[in-house]
Design a protein around this ligand. Structure first.
Ligand code: SAH
Ligand code: SF4
Length: 356
């Protein structure tokens, strides 16, 4: 089933054939520029809104709504029209409001440490399904303004390339989000990185590196066998040359696996030439990967070691861990037919305020 947000401006015009031309502007403005729900686009007559609502009901049905970090992190499990489920996470900080969106239901990349990867692939999301996640979070965040969108939920955005790029363009052109505040995170789909470099989008590219030697990376990220580190490096160089933007490397610190001095030195070698920024995060525990994340002391020491060797590095916090909303923990990859129990605390209505 299509989403009203699948349509660009020309698409909406075609949809409204027979209506006065200014209706397209009104609808586009209401939905995209002002980010209103269809029912609230009051410039458009109620009858037309009602018929559009019947033809294009929301593609997202919330099945769970859980909060943590005193309400500043919120996770939704949405059921899509065909019963597939996805997750979306809203994180409210003092200086920014970020939504983490899913680009696929599930993921086919099979990274061993990732709950989404452990559960497998269900299907690609459509433009409308991704945009609706952003708008849902936008409304939940009000009166705070949603400022950042990260493609770090379920799925590999560069394996759903056309949709990812179209969503990025619309969020930038129509919703007015700064390109720098849009982050696409990839496990290292080399052709996708190279293609993205040519799109002329000054977004932030995050590459989930996790290891800078092929043997370790092969064991964590199966895609590394297809696009090994040397090949990935070339694609990263291409990105930096074409866009003038830095790359960030994501590195989930795993006890004894990639948090050693040797792993650090390999990362220094790899990241230095690209002047990449490194984001460290202790591995979040997932059911299918029984290795621990590094201790907070080791995380700090690893960061300090990078910084001392001239690599820009920060430690990301682990928002949403208690509600399985943290990186890699999103695992509602299942059909409604297979029943899932969602371990969660429901949000009390009074606990909803995302403001702080
Ligand atoms: N598929 C894309 C984006 C979604 S995953 C990618 O892999 O980049 C978002 C981030 O979560 C990636 O950096 C991924 O490596 C990280 N991640 C996955 N499982 C994790 C875990 N258990 N602990 C910490 N980070 C994890
Ligand atoms: Fe897919 Fe990213 Fe998880 Fe790997 S880390 S399985 S690419 S979602």
């Amino acid at each position: 089933m299509a989403s009203l947000y699948d349509f660009d401006r020309d698409g909406l015009a075609a949809l409204l054939e027979g209506e006065p031309r200014f209706r397209t502007d009104q609808l586009w403005r209401g939905l995209w520029v002002e980010g209103r729900a269809l029912a609230d686009v009051t410039t458009v007559p109620a009858g037309l809104r009602a018929s559009l609502a019947t033809r294009f009901p929301s593609t997202l049905t919330p099945r769970a709504d859980v909060a943590s970090d005193h309400g500043s992190t919120r996770k939704w499990v949405f059921e899509l029209a065909d019963g597939a489920t996805i997750e979306t996470v809203l994180m409210v900080y003092d200086d920014r409001v970020t939504v983490c969106v899913s680009s696929q239901a599930g993921c086919a990349m099979g990274c061993t440490f990732c709950a989404t990867g452990q559960a497998g692939f269900t299907r690609q999301l459509t433009v409308g399904e991704v945009v609706e996640q952003v708008l849902y979070a936008t409304r939940a965040a009000a009166p705070r303004r949603l400022s950042n969108v990260v493609f770090m939920g379920m799925g590999e955005p560069l394996a759903n390339y056309r949709v990812t790029v179209e969503v990025v363009r619309r969020l930038h052109d129509a919703r007015g989000l700064s390109a720098r505040h849009l982050t696409v995170s990839t496990v290292g789909v080399v052709p996708g990185i190279e293609r993205l470099a040519e799109e002329g989008l000054p977004i932030t590219l995050a590459v989930s590196l996790h290891a800078a030697n092929d043997e370790t990376r092969d064991s964590l990220v199966p895609l590394n066998r297809r696009y090994p580190l040397a090949r990935l490096y070339e694609a990263c160089e291409r990105w930096v040359d074409a866009t003038g933007r830095r790359i960030s490397f994501e590195w989930a610190l795993i006890d004894g696996v990639n948090d050693t001095d040797r792993a650090r030195d390999e990362l220094v070698d790899y990241a230095s030439g690209l002047r990449a920024h490194v984001n460290l995060i202790p591995l979040n525990p997932t059911p299918g990967y029984l290795v621990r994340g590094s201790t907070p002391e080791r995380v700090r020491a690893f960061r300090d070691g990078l910084v001392a060797r001239g690599v820009n590095a920060t430690v990301r916090n682990t928002r949403g861990r208690s509600i399985d909303a943290a990186c890699g923990q999103l695992a509602a990859v299942t059909n409604a037919k297979r029943s899932v129990t969602i371990r969660s605390r429901r949000v009390a209505p009074e606990g909803r305020s995302p403001a702080h």
